[in-house]
Design a protein around this ligand. Structure first.
Ligand SMILES: [Zn+2]
Length: 108
């Protein structure tokens, strides 16, 4: 059992690497869908995103962290907010990062 970090430049590569590393299908699909929303929004805004995941390689492998990173230009704060909030259900970390970049969470 070991920990490894993968970086992929496309959805197809990210998907095939997670499959090859034997990540459980349900969790794989959940991460793929979520990170893809960040990735596509970043691309749409003109950035060069990359899929990043840290895994415990096992049978099945377990994803301990998944994120989108940027090659070259970093997003401006207002673009970062859009990228953070792109998934249908942003994670706690996404919301925290959006707030850090100036997003005002509306009161319920
Ligand atoms: Zn997220």
């Amino acid at each position: 059992m070991s920990v490894c970090t993968i970086r992929e430049n496309s959805y197809e590569d990210f998907e095939s690497t997670l499959t090859r590393l034997n990540v459980d299908g349900r969790s794989r699909n959940m991460y793929l869908r979520h990170e893809r929303a960040h990735f596509e929004k970043a691309k749409e805004l003109g950035y060069t995103p990359q899929y990043v995941a840290k895994l415990i390689v096992d049978n099945p492998s377990i994803i301990i962290l998944a994120a989108v990173d940027f090659i070259g230009r970093e997003p401006t704060p207002s673009d970062m907010v859009k990228i953070c909030l792109a998934p249908r259900r942003p994670s706690k970390e996404d919301l925290e990062l959006a707030v850090k970049n100036g997003w005002k969470r509306s009161k319920r």
